[in-house]
Ligand binder design. Structure first.
Ligand SMILES: *Cc1c(COP(=O)(O)O)cnc(C)c1O
Length: 372
């Protein structure tokens, strides 16, 4: 048996919707994107969504739109995909890492205050694997020190904790629709936020800083446009938005399917002593990744690959990448909890298309491999 690490959920409905866009006049950012932004906002219960071409772009734009730049420090976690802190660098600000909680892998909110300086302007927490950070604690700290909070919610569209939903307490939340995310258009992203004035700014920043979007330039009465701000080429296309709309409608059903597989893994691993990252109490997990932990991680990966099971590592900590070592002088030992955690994690297949036979095979192979 062979089990892919991931399979997407683009079905006939999405293919039909994308085909319709392909038969239309205008392929890029237009009506389907506007509908997607509206539905995504409704789903989250957040007033505004600006769709872009990646979560990296969303985080970068959020930092710029909230006025964060050169000389500013942004507190974040080393236990994430490099996109999180790269976005801070794209905004010409400095990432300041804070070590993690060893059981969730999320930023340890009790360590944040010690990292705040006169230069700190924002906190950028990551809801790792789909489990929300302690957003109440983060909001309280941010209010006390007058900081912006931008959530990296690439793993966590559906997440909730302590009655708080993703993006609810942050100033903005960035989402990813990259190929392996919970809903996907291959590439894509969005930023959801409460403040309408900042949302207006973002609409402009995502398209070069010009004051008319492409669709209204094309379809409206001829009008000259002007560029008054330096923006970016970060807009999404209607082809992508049309692929996302149907998946968004099914998002809770897709989550139920991942929840079922996750609970099966949890039962099997608890009874056989395989370590895994657990969902904290009072949390509705978005169940983006299922992560086991072992002391001999690379050896376990090789053995699992020999049983034809696709696996991934999410993540080796950011600060140990060559660029970060060279630019900031980071070294092993700087964030010991993130390093230990990162050295132990293996993500195993978790997606709605996993058949019962496949996830039973994965669980058994993991148990056999870890025990051997
Ligand atoms: C995927 C991911 C990103 C980047 O998303 P893109 O859409 O590929 O830019 C950022 N943060 C985390 C935690 C991710 O997993």
């Amino acid at each position: 048996m062979k089990v892919e690490f991931f399979k997407h959920n683009i079905g006939q409905e999405e293919i039909d919707a994308a085909t319709q866009v392909l038969h239309s006049v205008f392929l890029t950012n237009a009506s389907q994107t506007i509908v997607f932004e509206k539905r995504f906002s409704e789903y989250l219960g957040i007033a505004h969504t600006v769709a872009v071409n990646s979560c990296t772009a969303a985080l970068h734009l959020a930092l710029e739109a909230f006025g964060i730049g050169e000389g500013d420090e942004v507190i974040t976690t080393p236990m994430s995909f490099i996109a999180t802190s790269n976005a801070i660098l794209h905004a010409r600000a400095t990432p300041v890492f804070v070590d993690i909680e060893p059981d969730t892998g999320n930023i340890d909110t009790t360590r944040i205050e010690a990292a705040i300086t006169d230069k700190t302007k924002a906190i950028l927490p990551v809801h790792l694997y789909g489990n929300l950070c302690d957003m109440k604690a983060i909001r309280t700290l941010a209010d006390k020190h007058d900081l912006i909070v931008i959530e990296d919610a690439a793993h966590c569209i559906e997440g909730e904790r302590d009655g708080v939903r993703v993006g609810e307490l942050g100033d903005a939340a960035g989402f990813s629709f990259y190929a392996t995310k919970n809903i996907t258009s291959g590439e894509g992203g969005a930023l959801s936020l409460h403040d309408g004035d900042v949302a207006e700014k973002l609409l402009k920043l995502r398209l070069h800083g010009i004051n008319k979007d492409a669709a209204s330039r094309y379809t409206g009465k001829f009008q000259h446009w002007d560029m008054d701000t330096l923006g970016y080429k970060y807009n999404i296309s209607d082809i992508h938005s049309s692929l996302l709309l149907g998946q968004l409608e099914r998002i809770e059903t897709l989550l139920e399917a991942r929840e079922k597989v996750s609970q099966f893994y949890e039962r099997r691993f608890l009874e056989s002593g395989v370590r895994f990252v657990k969902v904290p109490p009072a949390t509705k997990s978005a169940r983006h990744l299922f992560v086991i932990q072992t002391d001999n991680r690379d050896d376990t990966i090789l053995k699992l690959q020999q049983t034809n099971i696709g696996v991934a590592v999410n993540y080796n900590p950011i600060h140990l990448n060559s660029y970060y070592r060279e630019a900031f002088g980071y070294k092993e030992g700087d964030f010991p909890l993130a390093e230990q955690f990162g050295a132990s994690v293996i993500s195993i297949p978790l997606y709605p298309k996993l058949t019962e036979e496949a996830y039973e095979y994965v669980a058994q192979s993991v148990i056999d491999t870890v025990r051997s």
